[in-house]
Design a protein around this ligand. Structure first.
Ligand code: 3PG
Length: 306
């Protein structure tokens, strides 16, 4: 009997686990659950006899791949797979997949929610501002970026985007203005919503110059990855610009200093919340389970990323 391990430091909603369970019951697979674990050793032990692994932001290092002697596939139930050592997986013939689009709406709603929260002074009782009529720059127009644009248009924002990997006409068909370079996006947009993946090219790419070029009332909302923002630049920009605001779904490493120095201008979720809805958990979890069955039974490699 094939065995699948669902290893989630941040567990799925119970309803999503039920859905995953029923996909594997139907396939005749055994399901093992490792939730809220704190020790890497627990993951190494649990993965030993698993044929397949479902994870969220859990780190799948070379050690995890090595420990999974029977492992054939790892599915990251979500979009970003920067937490998986693709080289180690490929070296051991382990297929890695993600589930693109399945949790995007949850992340997009959080990005907009954060904008409202900051515009309204974090609900401090004083007169804040509205999103209507403000310029929003979407930095990367993938599944999440596109939904952020759609919702923002409903708010009456002026939506622009920069994404060198997506054909301009596709973005323009959504009624979104396209900038051909990243500098123009930042220079022209009061709000920036980040949706770039974390990789060697993007790490710390949101730098001082981009931050300083933004118009009055500059607000960056980061529901992507903390690593893409230069924390030194952020500190400097916040010091030099009294109007600059930063919100992030996961605290940066210098969060304590930022929070104490710039009260009311920074906000960080206590835990990564973007994909934390029942709907997103169900969609991503069940998609991951189905992708595993399709791969193990039919060799279907759709969504393979390595
Ligand atoms: C993703 O890449 O899909 C999101 O960052 C969600 O991550 P999570 O599953 O850890 O909440």
């Amino acid at each position: 009997m094939k065995k699948v391990l669902v290893a989630t430091e941040k567990p799925f909603a119970a309803i999503a686990v039920e859905g995953i369970r029923s996909v594997f019951e139907e396939a005749g697979y055994e399901l093992a659950l490792l939730e809220s674990y704190t020790e890497k050793a627990d993951l190494y032990a649990a993965v030993t006899d698993a044929d397949a692994l479902i994870i969220r932001s859990d780190k799948v290092t070379a050690e995890v791949i090595e420990a999974g002697k029977n492992l054939k596939i790892v599915v990251r139930a979500g979009a970003g797979y920067d937490n998986v050592d693709l080289t180690a997986a490929t070296a051991k013939n382990v297929v890695v997949m993600n589930t693109p689009g399945q949790n995007s709406n949850a992340v997009a709603e959080l990005a907009i929610g954060m904008m409202v929260y900051m515009a309204r002074g974090m609900f401090n009782g004083k007169a804040g501002s509205e999103l209507k009529g403000k310029s929003l720059g979407i930095h990367a127009y993938g599944n999440v970026g596109r939904l952020v644009g759609l919702i923002a248009k409903g708010f009456g924002m002026e939506v622009s985007a920069f994404d060198p990997f997506i054909d301009k006409s596709i973005i323009e068909a959504d009624g979104v203005k396209v900038y051909d370079n990243v500098e123009d996006l930042y220079t022209n947009c009061q709000y920036i919503s980040l949706h770039i993946p974390a990789n060697e090219k993007t790490k710390e790419s949101i730098n001082y110059d981009l931050m300083m070029s933004m118009p009055e009332g500059a607000t960056i909302v980061n529901t992507a990855r903390k690593e893409v923002v230069s924390e030194d630049s952020l500190m400097k920009a916040m010091q030099e610009r009294k109007d600059f605001k930063y919100l992030s779904d996961i605290a940066p490493n210098n969060a304590t200093e930022l929070l104490s120095s710039f009260e009311g201008r920074v906000y960080f979720t206590p835990k990564k919340m973007g994909a934390q809805t029942q709907e997103a958990n169900v969609n991503a979890g069940i998609a991951a389970a189905r992708q595993i069955v399709d791969f193990l039974e039919k060799g279907d490699e759709t969504f393979k990323v390595n």
